[in-house]
Design a protein. Structure first.
Length: 139
C-alpha cells in the first residue's frame, strides 16, 4: 500500500494481498481523519459482503472468491467511539460476467486498487440505534 495527500484528497494505492479495511483504517488513523467520502476501483479475489436482514436485524453474509473486477467501491469514513469507522459498499464482476455486491466487510486485493478519500473538516459520529440494529450516523 502507498498513499499521497493532495489538499483534501488522499489517493491510496492498494497492492496484491492488501486488505481494504485495514489499509484504509491505517490511513485514517495516521492522517487523523474524522470525515471522508470514499470511492475506488480495482481487483479482488476474496471478499465478503452482506445484505441487512430487517427481520433479524443482522447481515446475511456472502463470501466470494476468484478473480473479480471491482466496478465500484463507495462509502464513507466517520467515527465511532472516537475511532475511525468505515461504511463501504462494493459491486464486482466475476469472469462469468455476473455482478455481485453489498455491504463490504473486507476485500483482499488480487492485483491493485485505486481508492480516493475526499476529506472534510468536521466530524460525524456513529451511534448504535437499537430499534434499527445498526450504527447510525449522527451530526
Amino acid at each position: 500500500m502507498d498513499y499521497k495527500k493532495f489538499d483534501n484528497l488522499i489517493a491510496v494505492r492498494l497492492d496484491k494481498g492488501d486488505s481494504t479495511m485495514s489499509s484504509l483504517l491505517f490511513v485514517a488513523k495516521k492522517e487523523n481523519l474524522t470525515l471522508a467520502s470514499i470511492q475506488g476501483i480495482g481487483a479482488t479475489d476474496d471478499f465478503e459482503v452482506g445484505v441487512f436482514d430487517l427481520e433479524k436485524s443482522e447481515y446475511d453474509r456472502i463470501r466470494y472468491t476468484g478473480n473479480h473486477e471491482i466496478n465500484s467501491l463507495v462509502g464513507n469514513l466517520t467515527t465511532k467511539d472516537g475511532e475511525p469507522y468505515l461504511h463501504l459498499h462494493i459491486t464486482a464482476t466475476g469472469k462469468d460476467g455476473k455482478v455481485v455486491g453489498g455491504h463490504l466487510f473486507d476485500a483482499k486485493i488480487s492485483l491493485t486498487a485505486e481508492i480516493f478519500l475526499i476529506t472534510a473538516n468536521g466530524k460525524a459520529e456513529r451511534k448504535f440505534d437499537s430499534t434499527l440494529g445498526i450504527n447510525q450516523i449522527t451530526f
